[in-house]
Structure formats: C-alpha cells, structure tokens
Design a protein around this ligand. Sequence first.
Ligand code: URA
Length: 210
Amino acid sequence: MLDHLTVVSHPLVQHKLTLMREKDTSTASFRKLLREISLLLAYEVTRELPMTTKRIETPIEPMDAPTIDGKKLALISILRAGNGLLDGILELIPAARVGFVGLYRDPETLQPVQYYCKLPDHLDERVSIVVDPMLATGNSSAAAITLLKQSGAKNIRFLCLLAAPEGIARMKEAHPDVPIVTAAVDSHLNDHGYIVPGLGDAGDRMFGTK
Ligand code: URA
C-alpha cells in the first residue's frame, strides 16, 4: 500500500518542476517539461501494483516472468489541465483505459461544478489513477473521486504535480483511502485559490491561454 502522501524528491523531477514554475518558461517548454515529468511521476504512482507471473520462453529457456495482474489501468483526467499529465502517462501505459471528468471551479465559492463525465467500464476491477496537476482546495479532486466511487471504483490513486496543504487535508478528510503522489507540497493558497508559490494556472500555461 502506498502512503497517504508521497512527495517525489527525485532530482530530475525537482529540476524540471523548477523550470516549469519560472514565469518566463514558454508554453512549448512547459508542455515538454510536463510530458517528461509525468513519465517520472507515473513511475512512482504505479508502484505496488498487483503482480502475477506468466509462463514465457526466452531464447534460452522457459521462465515464469513478472507481469501486472488484473484488468487494464484506468486513467482519469480532470479536465482540462489533467490532460497534460495524461498524455505523458499514456506513453508509458499505452493500453490504459481513459476517462474524463469535467469540473470547473465556481470563482466565487471555489466549489466544483460538474459539466462532463465519461468513465471506463468495470472500474470495480481496475486500479484507477486520477490525474490533475494542481491539488489546490482539493474540492474538485474530492468531487471527481466521489464520482468514481459512485461508478464502482475501489482502488484509486491520485497524481498531481503540486499540492497545497489545504488540498491534502481536504483529500485526507474526504478520501483517506486514496494515496496522493506529488512532486511538491507548497506553502498555502492565496485568496483566489491559487497555490503559492506554485506555477500559476496550469491549464493556461500548458495551452497558452489567459
Ligand atoms: N489551479 C491552477 O491551475 N493553479 C493553481 O495554483 C491552483 C489551481
């Protein structure tokens, strides 16, 4: 079982994250770094997947070789910023099933409002990895995970790039069974719900919008 919170302190992850935080990093560089960092984070979030063995034949002799057990993983992207992490992870796990949850934050209440939900089938038999680069208030992430659980998911992990202490606390309260993997835990949220020091609006930075 993964810990409730894993901070990936690997030097490559930390170096790339610093480049992503810099305000003058271009959209193209931000996207490239996000793709690279998502591969490294995917490596961590897929630790301790259930394993089995299968009989294969190497050119030398037969062996019982390790292989991931069970149905294909489900990757669930929280739109729209989750797609940046999703693309990189799919390079590593191309056979994964993919779902999307569309939630926006009401700018006044900071509460999540759902506008889209399309999930893979048989979630009760899959490990689901929910991806969203920024765990800020935690309201959207907690709401997305509630939707997943209502659709049968039992074994869920959450992957983000940056987390605020407020978001971690919210997730721990709402979904103590869901381990979080992140590259860093920042100081706090500002009055607009942005992570400080953070990297700004992840969606805007990866898609070049304002
Ligand atoms: N979403 C973002 O894109 N950035 C933040 O700092 C918080 C939420």
